[in-house]
Design a protein around this ligand. Structure first.
Ligand code: AHM
Ligand code: MG
Length: 294
């Protein structure tokens, strides 16, 4: 079975990008091993005002240290850090990351993940400029879903830590699963119309509370993951830089799409590191539907 570095090399990725991606993928083992002793919430809050889980900060510190030691990274923008972390000024790449997405699910042992985007140059670029994106999913298996702009492939980590290909040329089908965040009574009219329209067309609700895990399901079976705007949160909950952009890039590489309900979030140049955006991501037909509703 093709290994992760073999696949990246076949895609024509430069050697330093291959090293960076394989280094990040290898962190799935220490991160997974840390779950057992980091089960609780910490006393701290992140820049979005959310209480941090011990695993949020553990994985953030761990990944920043690893990226710093690699010498390949200029800047890191992390969901768990107030400001962009400056590393090696002359290094080729910058990393955007959600070190542990879905962290409220750690206590209940549901699937969580690490989301990564890699840019050439600095962090504050539109998602369409990403050179690579990947996520590590800590489910029954540890999997790595990756794109370097040549489609999407999924790897599973074996017990020696080697990432072996499970699926290549992944395409998001026009499926009928949906998961929507927010509270139904607080949904705005456009979102409520969209959900009722797709439900009437047979869409089935599946929502776990982990964006990365819910997206992985959509990537496989098709449908849409949404975190909509509301009166209280006009830009929804999720963040453009660490969550929407890497996942949106993977979705578009798999023939799907991402939108804020009006247009692609991949075209937005971020103004602030922690800015939020409404998210609709999944099968391209679903994204056309939400964008077509007034
Ligand atoms: P996190 O990055 O702090 O884990 O927050 C993002 C998470 C997503 O993984 C998930 O889809 C969403 O927040 C769940 O929010 P809610 O509890 O409002 O449904
Ligand atoms: Mg997150």
């Amino acid at each position: 079975m093709t290994t992760l570095p073999e696949y990246l090399s076949k895609c024509g990725a430069p050697d330093d990008l291959i090293s960076l991606i394989t280094l990040i993928a290898a962190q799935a083992t220490p991160i997974r091993n840390a779950f057992i002793s980091n089960q609780n919430y910490a006393d701290s809050k992140n820049s979005s005002g959310e209480t941090q889980a011990e695993m949020d900060t553990w994985s953030d510190v761990h990944l920043v240290n690893i990226l710093a030691a690699s010498g390949l990274v200029r800047e890191v923008a992390s969901e768990e850090q107030e400001d962009i972390v400056k590393l090696v000024e002359t290094a080729p790449y910058s990393v955007v990351m959600d070190p542990l997405d879905g962290s409220s699910l750690i206590k209940v042992n549901l699937c969580v993940g690490t989301i990564i985007g890699i840019y050439e140059g600095g962090c504050m670029q539109a998602g369409k400029n990403l050179k690579a994106a990947l996520y590590l999913l800590y489910g029954p298996m540890t999997t790595i879903t990756v794109s370097v702009g040549k489609g999407v492939a999924v790897f599973a980590m074996d017990k020696e830590g080697c990432c072996r290909m499970l699926r290549d040329n992944v395409r998001i089908p026009e499926g009928n699963l949906y998961g929507s965040g927010g509270i139904r009574t607080e949904w705005l009219e456009k979102h409520a119309k969209f959900i009722s329209r797709i439900e009437n067309e047979g869409a089935k609700n599946r929502y776990s509370g982990s964006f990365v895990a819910d997206f992985h399901q959509i990537l496989t079976y098709g449908g849409v993951y949404a975190y909509p705007p509301s009166e209280k949160q006009p830009n929804g909950k999720l963040r453009l830089v660490f969550e929407a952009n890497p996942i949106g890039y993977l979705a578009s590489q798999a023939g799907g799409a991402i939108s804020n309900g009006v247009s692609s979030t991949l075209d937005i140049v971020p103004e602030t590191v922690h800015q939020r955006t409404p998210i609709y991501v999944g099968s391209s037909g679903m994204i056309k539907k939400i964008e077509s509703i007034e």
